[in-house]
Design a protein around this ligand. Structure first.
Ligand SMILES: *Cc1c(COP(=O)(O)O)cnc(C)c1O
Length: 345
């Protein structure tokens, strides 16, 4: 890997970040806080939240088995994705490379930041070729995005491909593990300590059941995390989100229970879906959703909408012609889907 200073944009590297009142004073035992122009009434939301979310990081560090200074929290993983571009990519000059098809936000954030986005088409089993990815990389490539399990295809990406890119590319490799809890393969978090160019993304939006509080995680060696902390909004994670996430991490067994039920339902729903008259193929899934090719995706989608059931029509996406993406719901929800589709010609 190039050294971090070579990879980071000059203006970001030399940035002196905003220091908030709560950055300057970090102790907890003071009784009187007259430093941040807060209103003394309306406790506890009158107070600014911890800008570095230390309590939550301590607990997540235990759960994930990584040091607290390798954790960044964002307003969803989407904040971390946007930060990657803002930190590493000079607009109009640098570029990012990603597997295709994949999560749409990598491309949208590239467009917003005026960064060229190079899509490397996978094969029909949704596996990428390391050689094709390396061929798309040039001297201005700063980021390579993998998503595993991949959205919208649902499968784990071949580890050998990711490892080869991590070994050969001298820029930053992002491995988005939004669905890792459903995947049955080891997380790339275990690789962090030996891979300075790796950034792993995870989220509270899927297995943790907290899409509504907007909390995403990025993991990287502490040098990169330090730069992310410099660039983020000072209080990017609000007090209510930190509190609600703390409650959930204290009862992590609940999350494990949900994952178990979803995995059981995934097996059942995929098997039943494959038998439907409208279904041509169910693709393998390592996530909490699956992709299915059907005879007429638009017609099936519209029929389901009429029944009050919403799935995602992914037909316009590369390699996903006539394909629907179906999230695994509760037993009752999944049965509603199956019953509706059984009644559909
Ligand atoms: C759902 C999803 C996320 C989560 O995004 P948040 O902003 O954390 O809600 C990230 N990456 C992928 C690939 C996803 O499908």
């Amino acid at each position: 890997m190039k050294n971090l200073q070579e990879l980071v944009r000059l203006n970001i590297w030399s940035l002196s970040p905003y220091t908030s009142a709560r950055d300057e004073y970090q102790g907890k035992d003071a009784k009187v806080f007259l430093d941040a122009n807060e209103n003394p009434y309306n406790d506890p939301v009158n107070r600014y939240p911890d800008p570095l979310q230390r309590e939550l990081k301590t607990r997540i560090s235990q759960i994930k088995g990584v040091p607290a200074d390798t954790i960044f929290f964002g307003n969803g993983s989407d904040e971390a994705i946007d930060l990657m571009y803002r930190i590493f990519c000079t607009p109009g000059k640098d570029n990012a490379v990603a597997i295709e098809p994949t999560y749409g936000m990598y491309g949208v954030c590239a467009d917003i930041n005026d960064v060229e986005y190079r899509r490397v088409l996978m094969d029909e089993n949704f596996q990428p070729s390391a050689d094709k990815i390396l061929a798309a990389i040039d001297a201005n490539t700063k980021l390579v995005f993998f998503c595993t399990p991949n959205n919208p295809s649902g499968n784990n990406i071949d580890r050998k491909v990711i490892d080869k890119v991590l070994d050969s590319f001298d820029g930053i490799v992002i491995v988005d593990e939004a669905y890792i809890d459903f995947a049955g393969v080891p997380s790339y978090l275990k690789e962090l300590s030996k891979r300075p160019n790796l950034i792993v993304l995870q989220t509270f939006s899927k297995a943790w059941g907290m899409a509504g509080i907007r909390l995403g995680m990025a993991f990287a060696q502490s040098g990169i995390i330090g730069i992310m902390n410099k660039v983020k909004y000072p209080y990017n994670i609000n007090l209510l989100t930190q509190k609600r996430a703390m409650e959930e991490v204290m009862q992590y067994d609940r999350v494990k229970g949900w994952v178990e039920s979803i995995l059981k339902e995934r097996a059942r729903l995929m098997a039943e879906f494959a038998k439907l008259g409208c279904c041509i193929k169910v693709y393998p899934s390592d996530a909490n959703f699956f992709l299915a090719r059907v005879k007429d995706a638009a017609a099936t989608y519209n029929y389901l909408v009429d029944q009050g059931i919403i799935v995602r029509n992914r037909s316009k996406i590369a390699l996903c012609g006539n394909s629907l993406r179906v999230t695994i719901g509760t037993v009752v929800e999944n049965n509603a889907l199956l019953e509706a589709l059984c009644a559909y010609k």
